[in-house]
Design a protein around this ligand. Structure first.
Ligand code: E4P
Length: 220
């Protein structure tokens, strides 16, 4: 399973990249706006930090506009994946861009039927938003299970990119469901490290060693 950071914040990306476990980045217009730097400029900076798939979203909502923006974004860097919304014009744009060899992430997916459309349009990724579904009182993770089952049945090559992840439980469930990718905010990635028994164990090991050897250095 690949881990992506769902952020446009350069410090968070630098920290994640240093850990050596970040395989890519997803951005959206809201995340870019939060950083106060225009989309293309910020995406270029992100490409310099993380060597992996970087999703950059179009702002147009009509097919021609999406195609123009998508082609421009794809030229920024070989790692760019063009993100389009799962609307009629977006699916048309996805089909056209995919035929040109440009990789597309179809975003804002909230149903299995929408995920089938993305796969049929040749999407590289489909992004089902689990947290936003949970917010409506439904089970977001059951959508991931449905999509992975359908894609497996028909041999669709579109990868399931679990998005709108809110906590570590979502990451575990997405992995169990066979999602190809989990994209998460920095705070969720950071939380995956935590276990009180790990901290307790590290403390105890060091205490025992230093007690036995009277604080002698480990390596002379
Ligand atoms: C995915 O690519 C989106 O950027 C993201 O996961 C949306 O998550 P949110 O529901 O926390 O805004």
């Amino acid at each position: 399973m690949r881990f992506f950071l769902d952020t446009a914040n350069l410090e968070e990306l630098q920290t994640g990249a240093r850990w050596g476990i970040v395989d890519g980045v997803t951005t959206n217009p809201s995340l870019i706006a939060k950083e106060g730097v225009p989309l293309e400029e910020q995406v270029r900076k992100i490409c310099d930090i993380v060597d992996g798939d970087i999703s950059a979203e179009v702002l147009a909502t009509d097919t021609d506009g999406m195609l123009a923006e998508g082609r421009k974004l794809a030229k920024i860097h070989k790692n760019i994946v063009v993100k389009v919304p799962l609307i009629r014009d977006g699916i048309r744009a996805c089909a056209a861009l995919s035929r040109e060899g440009i990789r597309v992430n179809v975003t804002l997916c909230f149903s299995a039927s929408q995920a089938i459309l993305a796969a049929k349009a040749g999407a590289y990724f489909v992004s089902p938003f689990v947290g936003r579904i949970d917010d409506t009182g439904w089970d977001g993770m059951s959508l991931i299970r449905d999509i992975t089952q359908i894609y497996r049945t028909y041999g669709f090559t579109t990868q399931v990119l679990t998005a709108s992840i809110r906590h570590s439980g979502h990451v575990i469930e997405a992995a169990k469901a066979g999602a190809h990718v989990a994209t998460m905010p920095f705070k969720v990635l950071d939380s995956l490290f935590n276990h009180p028994l790990t901290d307790k164990g590290v403390e105890q090991f060091l205490k025992d060693y230093h007690k036995a050897f009277h604080d002698a250095p480990v390596v002379r």
